[in-house]
Design a protein around this ligand. Structure first.
Ligand code: PEP
Ligand code: MG
Length: 585
């Protein structure tokens, strides 16, 4: 931004994925492969800066060797590539040159290392020779890995003193856990979708978020003042006094509406004809428990444990047990349903998963990782069982594709429980065990799964993506991501029927549960448990109280005869708008 633009208001339109408004300066998180700034350092800082770089090289070495080992075990000829990567990583001339430049020029190692590697890449870039082109890609790959770890190291330390709005190309779940969340007021991202975990977290933390702000990282600089509108999907640079005044008055009106909703938030959600719906909250972080209790949620219907795991992938069983216990005690007497690790997909833990996969959402994810890495799984199960001794904790398994995985997971859980009892622990007998239904095969065998568990929980974020073959993160196919596609609704209906027949609870913990346009349809399909971001609890309870379950059932019967997703959405929405127009204001 040049100086002449300093006070000029400029507006970008993106896609709103989490509501609310924030006014603050931005902090731009450049893509890890972007050019790092040439930050000067003092002579005293040289050693610690170089130590940080050596640590990044070491983590990269471990990472490359792990991948190499997997390739070796699979007899893949690709293993040689990683040998070349290790040679680049340990290249003596590069190591010496970087150290020398940092010491002499007193510039941070990130910039020095990056520039030197770029020089090597430039020498090879665009050459026709296929061997040399491969070398270019090797250097790029190694540089990419090291820069990522350097950036990770940096992110662990707060980079901003004041509260900021984060601007980034994308935020992976592991990026998110490293941010100092107490300082973040909102997210504005170049890419992403309503169902990406960055958006889900923003909603959980009740922070405004806007995605699909193309090239915004190049347009803004850290320190620029902006207003982020998570309702209309706007990002406004240098908001004028008139704009700020308009937003202030809008905020006052919405605060008044919100206050009215909040009055009844602790009362149960029962339809006008007596059908009770348990409205629960989804959580990702222990620190959310107070806000959740205050939101009126009856329990935590989904605790995504992978975020805690990403904070410290090597954390001990004792540490995990302590964290889970803290959450259980904070939520008492309410229950927390802990979902066992759902690593994979977009929630990548390089230590657990090894080499990036071509189709991560169809790869090693959720219960597949847990059953494959029993050391990790057992550590988590033992920690959860220990926490369950201090309050009410349920356990559910993600990404199961059929009953056999559920049986295998339960067998391990039983083993862990026996061990702990032999160690003298008194494990409660009534711990609720559940399975997530988020793969079509699981929905189609929900009757078999229901026979093995105490409850089912519909993970519609994934159920939609896997049923319709639409990547939940891919903006190109976002229009095809249709919660009201009849195939999705049939799978939900099948799951509810299986739960009913087995006499067990069925919950929805996907984002669909928080969509007030769909509440009539979900109630009509017989769902009696909805788990949503805590900021949405009061709204959903209000919507349920206004509905009549018998009318909703008739609506669902009609809808299940329809075939067009937009028409189904319009039908449910029109009932919702007619019955609780105040929520659409
Ligand atoms: C889901 O898939 O609906 C779900 C709740 O899990 P996640 O969004 O973490 O994949
Ligand atoms: Mg899921």
């Amino acid at each position: 931004m040049n100086l002449a633009d300093k006070s000029t208001e400029k507006i970008w339109q993106g896609t709103a994925v989490s509501s609310g408004v924030a006014h603050a300066v931005v902090h731009v998180l450049k893509d890890h492969f972007d050019e790092p700034d040439e930050v000067p350092i003092s002579a005293d800082e040289v050693e610690s800066d170089l130590a940080r770089w050596h640590a990044a090289l070491e983590v990269t070495r471990v990472e490359i060797e792990a991948v190499q080992q997997i390739m070796d075990e699979q007899g893949s000829s690709e293993a040689d590539i990683f040998e070349a990567h290790l040679l680049i990583l340990h290249d003596n001339s590069i190591l010496k040159q970087v150290e020398k430049t940092v010491r002499e020029k007193l510039i941070c190692v990130d910039a020095v290392y990056y520039r030197l590697m770029c020089k090597h890449m430039d020498a090879l870039r665009g050459l026709a020779d296929s061997y040399l082109r491969e070398r270019f890609l090797d250097i790029k790959d190694v540089t990419h890995r090291v820069m990522r770890h350097l950036r990770g190291e940096m992110l662990q330390h707060p980079m901003f003193d004041d509260q900021v709005i984060i601007i980034a190309h994308d935020l992976t779940p592991s990026d998110t856990v490293q941010l100092d969340r107490s300082k973040v007021l909102g997210f504005a991202l170049e890419t992403g979708s309503a169902n990406s975990h960055a958006a889900i977290i923003a909603r959980s933390l009740a922070l405004p978020a806007v995605v699909r702000l193309h090239n915004i990282c190049d347009e803004l600089h850290s320190g620029d003042p902006v207003l982020l509108d998570g309702d209309e999907g706007l990002l406004i640079l240098n908001p004028s006094p008139a704009t700020l005044a308009k937003y202030r008055s809008r905020e006052e009106q919405s605060d008044a509406r919100e206050d009215a909703l909040q009055i009844t938030r602790h009362e149960p959600a029962i339809t006008s004809d007596g059908f009770k719906v348990d409205v629960c909250a989804n959580a990702e972080f222990i620190e959310e428990m107070d806000a959740i209790r205050d939101s009126g949620a009856e329990q935590v219907g989904l605790f995504r444990t992978e975020f805690l795991h990403l904070e410290d992938p090597d954390g001990s069983e004792d540490w995990l047990a302590e964290c889970y216990t803290k959450a259980v005690k904070a939520m008492a007497p309410g229950e927390i349903i802990f979902r066992t690790l759902d690593i994979g997909g977009d929630k990548v833990d390089p230590h657990a998963s090894g080499e990036p996969e071509p189709n991560p959402f169809l790869g090693w994810r959720g219960i597949r990782v847990s059953l494959g890495r029993q050391d990790l799984f057992r550590k988590q199960l033992r920690a959860l069982l220990r926490a369950a001794c201090h309050g009410r904790a349920g356990i559910m398994f993600p990404m199961v594709c059929g009953v056999e995985e559920v049986r295998a997971a339960r067998a391990l859980l039983d083993q862990c429980a026996s061990e702990l009892m032999a160690e003298g622990l008194k494990i409660p007998e009534d711990i609720q065990i559940g399975a997530m239904i988020e793969i079509p095969s699981a929905a189609m065998s929900a009757d078999l799964i229901a026979a093995e568990v105490d409850f089912l929980s519909l993970g519609t974020n994934d159920l939609i993506q896997y049923t319709l073959a639409v990547d939940r993160l891919n903006e190109r196919v976002a229009d095809l991501y249709q919660p009201t596609h009849i195939a999705v609704l049939r799978l939900i209906q099948m799951t509810v029927a299986a739960g009913k027949k087995a006499g067990i609870r069925v919950c929805i913990c996907g984002e669909m549960a928080a969509d007030i346009e769909l509440t009539p349809l979900l109630v009509g399909l017989g769902l009696s448990e909805l788990s949503v971001a805590s900021s949405q609890v009061a709204r959903i309870k209000h919507a349920v109280r206004k509905l009549n379950a018998a009318e909703c059932s008739r609506l669902a019967v009609e809808i299940m005869q329809m075939s067009s997703a937009p028409e189904i959405l319009a039908k449910s929405r029109s009932m919702a708008e007619a019955i609780y127009p105040e929520l659409f204001a």
